[in-house]
Design a protein around this ligand. Structure first.
Ligand code: 3PG
Ligand code: MG
Length: 418
C-alpha cells in the first residue's frame, strides 16, 4: 500500500483527528442502550495504543446509525465512550457535540496521551453532505488526520473525506490507522496474489448486490461457490423451477453472463445441488414495519434443482454442504461473503454453519488463508464461536463489498501518499 500509515507519523504533543467506525449494534435494555457487539471498538485499540504511546492528543470522531441530522438520543455515542474507556483501560472524555466551543474547550485541556470521543457526527446533515464549511469546523485545531474507519471509507462524508482535505491543504499529514491498513492488506493485496486454489464462497439474498464482485472475482478465483437466495436467480436463469423462493426475475441475463464468463475462463462455478425448503404461510401477526409475519412450515430437504410451487428454498442442502466443504478443504486461499441461507432461523442455519466450520478447519488444519468479507458472514462465524479460527474478518459491510468490487474508497483516496 502506498498510503501513509500511523507508523510513519510523529504525533508527540500533536492534536490527532482520528476517524473511527464505532457504528456498533445497540439494544435497549431497561431504558439504557447496550452495545451487543464491540468488535469495531476492539479492532481500533492497536491504533489508539500506538498513538497514545507516541504522545498524541486523540480526538475521536464517529457516526452511529442514520439520525439524518437530528439529535436522536438512541444514537448517541455516549455508551461507546464508556465501553472504550473500559477496553482501553484509561479515561475517555466524552463531548456531547462534534464541533464548536465544547470541543475547543475539551481539546485545549488535553495532555499527550489523552483521549476524547466526540458525539455522533451525523447529528449534523452537513456530515453526509460533505459540506466544506462543516469539514473546516471539524478540522479546527487538528494537526494530523488519521482514518481507521474502514467500515465507513466508502462514504465521501465530511469526517471521512472532507477533513482530510482540509488538514492536507494546511500541510498536515493524513494517514491510515492500523485497522485500515490491515483491511486493505487482506481484502486487497492478499487477494491480488492469492495462493491457489483460490476458492470464493458467495451468499446473500440478491445477485444484483453481488454481481460486480462476482464479475471481478471470476478473473481471479479458481472456484466460486454460490449459496443464499441469489442461487435461485441463477437456477431460474438455467430454466429450473424456483417456487416461492426469493428470486430477481429481471436478473436472468446477468446470471447467464456470469455463468458464461465462468465457463470461458475455466472457473469452477458451483450452484447448490439440493436445498432445505419450507412452505411460507402468512400469519395474523405483524412485524415492526406492520407487514404480516411469514411462518415457514413443513421444513424438509429437497433433492435436485427444482423447488415445488408452494415452497421456498431457505438453505443449501446436505449434498451441497458436502460438496462445498470438500472444495473449501482443498483451498489455499478462501474468501467468504454472505450467508448460505436464512441463518437467523436455526432450521435454516446449518448450511452457513457448515461453511463456517469448513473455513475454520481449512485455516487451522491445512494452513489456508481465510478472509471474511464482513457483514452477515462475520456474524455467523462469531455466533458459531469460530471468529478466532479464521485469518481475517473485515469490520466493513458495504465498504468491504465496494472495495472487493475494485472501487476506489473515498476515505482511502483522501489519505497522503507515502
Ligand atoms: C456500516 O455500518 O456499514 C458503516 O458504519 C457505514 O454506515 P452507513 O451504511 O450508515 O453509511
Ligand atoms: Mg451499511
Amino acid at each position: 500500500m502506498a498510503k501513509l500509515t500511523v507508523k510513519d507519523l510523529d504525533v508527540r504533543g500533536k492534536r490527532v483527528f482520528l476517524r473511527v467506525d464505532y457504528n456498533v449494534p445497540l439494544e435497549e435494555k431497561d431504558g439504557q442502550m447496550v452495545i451487543t457487539d464491540a468488535t469495531r471498538i476492539v479492532e481500533t485499540l492497536p491504533t489508539l495504543n500506538l498513538l497514545i504511546a507516541g504522545g498524541g492528543k486523540l480526538i475521536l470522531t464517529a457516526h452511529l446509525g442514520r439520525p439524518k441530522g437530528k439529535r436522536e438520543p438512541s444514537m448517541s455515542l455516549a455508551p461507546v465512550a464508556v465501553r472504550l474507556a473500559e477496553l482501553l483501560g484509561r479515561p475517555v472524555a466524552f463531548v456531547d457535540d462534534c464541533i464548536g466551543p465544547k470541543v475547543a474547550e475539551a481539546a485545549a485541556k488535553m495532555q499527550p496521551g489523552d483521549v476524547v470521543l466526540l458525539e455522533n457526527v451525523r447529528y449534523y446533515n452537513e456530515e453526509e453532505a460533505n459540506d466544506p464549511a462543516f469539514a473546516a469546523k471539524l478540522a479546527e485545531g487538528a494537526e494530523v488526520y488519521v482514518n481507521d474507519a474502514f467500515g465507513a471509507a466508502h462514504r465521501a462524508h465530511a469526517s471521512t473525506e472532507g477533513v482530510a482535505r482540509v488538514v492536507a491543504a494546511r500541510g498536515g499529514r493524513c494517514a491510515a490507522g492500523l485497522l485500515m491498513e490491515r483491511e486493505l492488506k487482506f481484502l486487497g493485496d492478499e487477494l491480488d496474489h492469492p495462493a491457489r486454489p483460490f476458492v470464493v464462497i458467495l451468499g446473500g439474498a440478491k445477485v444484483s448486490d453481488k454481481i460486480t464482485v462476482i464479475d471481478r472475482l471470476l478473473e481471479k478465483a479458481d472456484t466460486i461457490l454460490i449459496g443464499g437466495a441469489m442461487a435461485y436467480t441463477f437456477r431460474l436463469a438455467q430454466g429450473a423451477q424456483t417456487g416461492k423462493s426469493l428470486v430477481e426475475a429481471d436478473k436472468g441475463d446477468v446470471a447467464r453472463s456470469a455463468l458464461q464468463k465462468a465457463a470461458a475462463r475455466g472457473v469452477k462455478f458451483l450452484l447448490p445441488s439440493d436445498d432445505v425448503i419450507a412452505d411460507p404461510v402468512k400469519t395474523d401477526k405483524l412485524d415492526k414495519k406492520g407487514k404480516p409475519v411469514i411462518e415457514f412450515q413443513n421444513v424438509r430437504v429437497n433433492q435436485g434443482v427444482n423447488c415445488p410451487a408452494e415452497s421456498a428454498g431457505l438453505d443449501i442442502g446436505p449434498a451441497t454442504v458436502a460438496a462445498y466443504a470438500a472444495e473449501v478443504a482443498g483451498a489455499k486461499t478462501i474468501l467468504w461473503n454472505g450467508p448460505m441461507g436464512l441463518f437467523e432461523d436455526k432450521r435454516f442455519a446449518e448450511g452457513t454453519n457448515a461453511v463456517a466450520r469448513a473455513v475454520a478447519e481449512a485455516t487451522q488444519k491445512h494452513g489456508a488463508k481465510s478472509i471474511i468479507g464482513g457483514g452477515d458472514s462475520v456474524k455467523a462465524l462469531n455466533k458459531a464461536k469460530l471468529g478466532q479460527q479464521v485469518t481475517f474478518m473485515s469490520t466493513g459491510g458495504g465498504a468491504s463489498l465496494e472495495f472487493l468490487e475494485g472501487q476506489v474508497l473515498p476515505g482511502v483516496a483522501a489519505l497522503s501518499e507515502k
